[in-house]
Design a protein around this ligand. Structure first.
Ligand code: GZL
Ligand code: ZN
Length: 347
C-alpha cells in the first residue's frame, strides 16, 4: 500500500507542479496583459531629441497616447539629436521583440540597414513627423506628419501677398534664411518653399545658414547676419525657437522687428505655432506670420496601430491639415498651386 501512496503522492506533486508552471507561463503571458485582461501592445518609440518646444509637445503627445491605461507598454528612447543613438535604440527594440517600432527620424538618410533588420524580425515600423529616404519603402508600414513643402509654399505665398500689398518691389526684399536641422524633412520642405519663391518672384536672398531649430543657434546666426548685411528686411526662420533667438539678436542690435518694412522694421516669419512666447510675439506683431506645424501625433499613431491590429492596411502617407497664423488682418487666405488656404488671424 505504501508504494501506491507514494506513487499517488508523486502524481499529485507532479500535477501541482504542472499547473503551477503553466500558470507561471500564463502569468508571464499575462504580464503583457493589462489589468482588464486585454493584451497590451508593446511599442518601442525612438524620439530624435528635445531641441524645441515642438519636440517636447510631440513627445508628450506620444507618451500620453501610448500609455498603460490605453493598453500599451511603451519603451521610450530619446536620441539626443544623434542618429547613431536612434539606430542603437531600434536595435534594442528588435532585441526585445516589441510589437511595433515608432521612429521620429532626425534626418532622412541612413535608415536602410536597421529598418531591414526590423522587417526581418517581422516588426512593423511607423514613421512619425520627418520622413526617411530609403530605397525600399516596404521597410516601413506608414508615415504620419506634416506637408513641410506646403508649409513653406504657404509662407512664401503669404510673404508675396503681403509685400505686394505694401508695394515693395521684389528686388527690394532682402531676406536672410535661418534653416532647420540640415537634411531633416522639415528643413528640406520649408527651404524648397522659400527658394522656389525667390526664383519665381526675384527676391534678394542674402544668406542661408542652419539654426538647427534651436533658440541659441537662431540668435548666433542672426547676429552674424546683422554683422554682414545692413539691408535685411525679412527673416525666414524655420521654427519658432530660432525666431525667438533671432528677435533677441535684432533687438540687441538696436533694430526693430515688425511688419512695417517701409518704415525700416525687420519682418520675422516662422513655423510651428507651439511656443507660447512666439504666439505672444505674433499677437504683438513682433512675428508677422507663423505656419502651423502640428505636433500632436500621439492619437494619430495610436489610430494607425489600432488599424493594423484590426487587420486593416493604413494609408502609406497620412498628412495632417495645418493653417497659417498671422496678426496682419488684411490677408485672409493664401493660394498655392491654385488651391486656397485659410489664414487664422491671431490678435
Ligand atoms: C517639424 C519638426 C521640426 C519642428 C521643429 O515637424 O520636425 O522639428 O518644426 C522641431 O520645431 O525641432
Ligand atoms: Zn534694397
Amino acid at each position: 500500500m505504501k508504494k501506491t501512496v507514494n506513487l499517488t503522492a508523486i502524481l499529485l506533486l507532479l500535477a501541482t507542479l504542472l499547473v503551477a508552471c503553466r500558470s507561471t507561463a500564463v502569468s508571464s503571458q499575462s504580464s503583457s496583459e493589462s489589468t482588464e485582461g486585454k493584451k497590451t501592445i508593446t511599442v518601442g518609440f525612438s524620439q530624435l531629441g528635445a531641441e524645441s518646444d515642438w519636440r517636447s509637445t510631440n513627445t508628450e503627445s506620444m507618451l500620453t497616447a501610448l500609455s498603460e491605461e490605453n493598453g500599451y507598454t511603451l519603451i521610450y528612447k530619446n536620441g539626443q539629436q544623434k542618429q547613431a543613438n536612434q539606430i542603437t535604440a531600434l536595435r534594442m527594440f528588435i532585441q526585445q521583440d516589441v510589437d511595433y517600432i515608432v521612429l521620429a527620424p532626425e534626418t532622412e538618410t541612413g535608415w536602410d540597414f536597421v529598418l531591414q533588420e526590423a522587417k526581418d524580425a517581422g516588426i512593423p515600423v511607423i514613421i512619425v513627423d520627418r520622413r526617411v529616404d530609403v530605397t525600399d519603402r516596404s521597410l516601413y508600414t506608414c508615415w504620419v506628419g506634416s506637408d513641410f513643402e506646403l508649409e513653406g509654399q504657404k509662407m512664401a505665398a503669404w510673404i508675396h501677398d503681403y509685400t505686394t500689398m505694401q508695394n515693395i518691389a521684389p528686388e527690394d526684399i532682402h531676406i536672410v534664411h535661418i534653416q532647420g536641422t540640415l537634411g531633416s524633412t522639415a528643413q528640406l520642405g520649408r527651404t524648397r518653399g522659400l527658394t522656389n519663391a525667390v526664383r519665381e518672384y526675384g527676391w534678394d536672398l542674402l544668406a542661408q545658414e542652419s539654426g538647427d531649430f534651436t533658440e541659441v543657434r537662431g540668435k548666433e546666426v542672426m547676429a552674424e547676419f546683422l554683422r554682414q548685411y545692413d539691408n535685411i528686411n525679412i527673416v525666414y526662420c524655420e521654427n519658432d525657437n530660432e525666431a525667438i533667438g533671432a528677435i533677441e539678436a535684432i533687438e540687441a542690435a538696436g533694430k526693430k522687428v515688425g511688419s512695417n518694412i517701409a518704415a525700416g522694421e525687420i519682418m520675422v516669419v516662422s513655423f510651428d505655432g507651439i511656443n507660447e512666447k512666439a504666439m505672444d510675439y505674433l499677437k504683438e506683431g513682433k512675428i508677422s506670420c507663423i505656419a502651423e506645424c502640428n505636433p500632436l501625433h500621439g492619437p494619430r499613431v495610436q489610430d494607425l496601430i489600432e488599424m493594423i491590429e484590426a487587420g486593416e492596411t493604413p494609408a502609406k502617407y497620412n498628412y495632417v491639415n495645418e493653417t497659417l497664423f498671422s496678426s496682419v488682418s488684411e490677408i485672409k487666405q493664401v493660394t498655392v498651386d491654385g488651391k486656397s488656404y485659410e489664414v487664422t488671424l491671431v490678435n
